[in-house]
Design a binder for this molecule. Structure first.
Ligand SMILES: Cc1ncc(COP(=O)(O)O)c(C=O)c1O
Length: 445
């Protein structure tokens, strides 16, 4: 079979299984550009900074004043732009980290880190919902063998303990401190909107590895800009800066830009500069990107983003209250909030995360595509998420709230969901009634 035929067959198979991915219709995030713009309930632009006029103005002014605005001219190892160096220094200070290393994206950063940092005999343990980039890194690393990596149940400290104890039992080096374990977690999980019990995870790793050979690596991609003082993230919020091995912050989500930084020690930075192929063999961020990232951090430092984060938090509360009362009458399989969100956020298990509200609200449904399509007809953009992005049977429409969304937007959204769910319920009822009607009379008696 020709290559094209094989590729076509794979895509057709995906189409038949209704998991074919394709680009959504083009949209603009700039409200001035497109009057027919859909209301954004899907992007990761949580603070709506990509369309925040003061940021746009600031960026254009700074760009105008900048000596360098275009491409960086090569890999950091070839051309180390002053702007890149200064930004790293700024970020290390802002996040209270010994050092910082920029990457072109969070994906590159995770792949680079997890590919090269685990050494021969080391083990990587990760939350089952960890991002694809960590999986890709591990697959290309010295820990790729099945005996050297393993997952634990999402956010379960008990499951993490069991997995770590199994590895300790099987590998004497972990007990003696001759080999190491790297535990990879995110602070806010992007598909479920759940928060890691970070303090408990760090406590556990320190307890089980008293020799200091347990290393926690934290991905703050979705928490950056939203939590912690001035958006420093949850490691900072919990004061764990000195107890985690490395942190990832990305600039493409709440910060409205692109790129990422790994916060870690000078030793790890030097190691990454020598071995992280996704850093070494690529042209570094453009000068314009560096200017944009600096402008976003200006907003973090001057308190603007905190105000936006606060109004986002109020909107999350409002949305959850509305959804809780309006979705209650419908069967859970048709549309419902996940159990963690069905009642006000009182985390019995992890009390320290109880006050945290996530802008990511998954609407669990067995019909994610029809629900999303109906919302789209009403000008509301909330995307369906299905396997393989989420486990089978966990399909959903992922609603993402933004500082730029209004209460009216949320009311339209909830109204659209309720209208669809009411019609679906009535359709199901009519179908089952007509089936009962078709049964011969004697079998009904
Ligand atoms: C948890 C997590 N880590 C890393 C990334 C990758 O970041 P970036 O979009 O900057 O490549 C993402 C993006 O989806 C993410 O959700």
């Amino acid at each position: 079979m020709s290559l094209e035929k094989k590729l076509e067959a794979s895509l057709q198979s995906r189409q038949q299984r209704q998991i074919l991915r394709s680009l959504p219709p083009p949209t603009s995030s700039n409200p001035h550009e497109d009057d027919r713009q859909l209301i954004d309930f899907t992007s990761n632009d949580y603070l709506s900074l990509t369309s925040y006029e003061p940021l746009r103005r600031r960026f254009l002014e700074k760009l105008n004043d900048s000596r360098d605005v275009l491409g960086s001219g090569g890999s950091r190892l070839l051309v180390n732009g002053a702007g890149h160096h200064e930004l790293e220094t700024r970020l290390a200070t802002f996040f209270d980290s010994p050092d910082a290393l920029l990457f072109n994206s969070g994906f590159d950063a995770n792949v680079g880190f997890f590919t090269c940092v685990p050494q021969e005999g080391d083990v990587v343990v990760y939350d089952e919902y960890i991002h694809a980039s960590v999986h890709d890194g591990i697959r290309a690393s010295r820990a790729r063998g099945e005996d050297y990596h393993g997952s634990f149940t999402h956010n379960s400290v008990e499951s993490l303990r069991n997995v770590l104890l199994r590895f300790i039992d099987a590998m004497p080096g972990l007990k003696s401190g001759d080999s190491n374990v790297i535990v990879a977690v995110e602070t806010l999980y992007s598909m479920d909107g759940t928060f890691a019990p970070l303090e408990d995870i760090v406590d556990l790793v320190e307890t089980l590895f008293p020799a200091g050979n347990g290393y926690v690596v934290v991905d703050e991609a979705h928490a950056t800009g939203l939590y912690g003082r001035d958006g420093r993230g949850l490691v900072s919020h919990f004061g764990l800066e000195k107890r985690v091995f490395a942190r990832l912050h990305t600039f493409g989500k709440a910060l409205g830009s692109s790129g990422a930084v790994i916060l870690t020690s000078p030793l790890v930075k030097a190691y990454l500069l020598n071995y992280a192929r996704s850093l070494i063999y690529t042209t570094s961020l453009s000068a314009a990107s560096v200017v944009a990232i600096n402008c976003s951090f200006d907003l973090l430092e001057d308190g603007t983003s905190s105000k936006l984060a606060q109004s986002l938090e109020e909107l999350i509360n409002y949305t959850l209250e509305l959804l809780r009362s309006c979705l209650e009458p419908f069967p859970r399989t048709l549309v419902s909030l996940p159990e963690t969100l069905r009642s006000p956020p009182v985390s019995r298990i992890y009390p320290n995360t109880k006050h945290l509200l996530s802008p990511i609200i998954p609407l669990m449904t067995s019909a994610p595509r029809p629900l999303s399509a109906r919302l789209r007809e009403k000008g509301l953009n909330a995307r369906p998420i299905t396997w393989p992005t989420v486990p089978k049977g966990m399909d959903r429409v992922r609603v993402c709230l933004h500082a730029g969304n209004t209460k009216e937007h949320v009311e339209s959204l909830v109204h659209g969901i309720v209208e669809w769910a009411t019609q679906e319920s009535e359709r199901c009822r009519a179908q089952s009634d007509s089936k009962i009607g078709a049964v011969p009379l004697e079998s009904k008696l």
